[in-house]
Design a protein around this ligand. Sequence first.
Ligand code: C5P
Length: 243
Amino acid sequence: MALTQQAAKEKIIVALDVPNREQALQLVEQLYDEVGAFKIGMQLYNAEGPSIVKAIQQRGGKVFIDLKLHDIPNTVAEATKVLTNLQAFIMTLHAGGGKKMLAAAAAAAAESVPEGGSKPLVVAVTVLTSLSQQEFTEEIGIDRTIAEQVVVWAKMAKEAGLAGVVASPKEIEVIRQACGPDFVIITPGIRPLWSAANDQSRIMTPKQAVQAGADYLVIGRPITAQADPKAAARRIVEEIMEA
Ligand code: C5P
């Protein structure tokens, strides 16, 4: 099933892994018409605060606020209300905080949508892709394969009322099987054939990830580190349209 250009654009979330407002807004200026949303993480959010979210929104961009919350349920619920008020398009928490924490966030988002606004997609981060199986077993102390744990946590997130998960492209299929067609799967680790892998190891091309069932692709350097980010984004849109 071929995607329209608009549908392909909507799938792309550009990771604004930059240290300050100037660099972030320079990218937003070039890309807001080419992609679906922008992701700000703890580097940019902690440097610039909520005003960077508003600045991106004022330029017409949706914002994925990736703070990976992990605390007691009440604290996470209150922080979720703040991010809902800021009108995050997507926000993240660690599945390892447990079902009560996830459910508290889901409820907090639902009850704090400002008038005329929309509810953020509250999604869980499962097992960090930076962990090896050996570290997972010996340091974290969980006696399952990482793939098994990812599915356990994805199911728990769904039961807790979350919209979806962030997952490695290689995990899309098992999560889709376990959690069904409506569960949102957001995936980083995306590399077009023409871009450098950088430090990503378990990668897929944009087209492969969409074919595997990803709803959104988080893409940083293959767009932001190019001489012409707009041209790179357009090239990726073309590739996704073939999926
Ligand atoms: O530049 P690149 O495309 O590798 O950026 C990917 C983005 O997705 C970064 O913001 C990175 O922190 C994030 N991410 C990731 N792998 C994960 C979770 C998040 O690369 N497992």
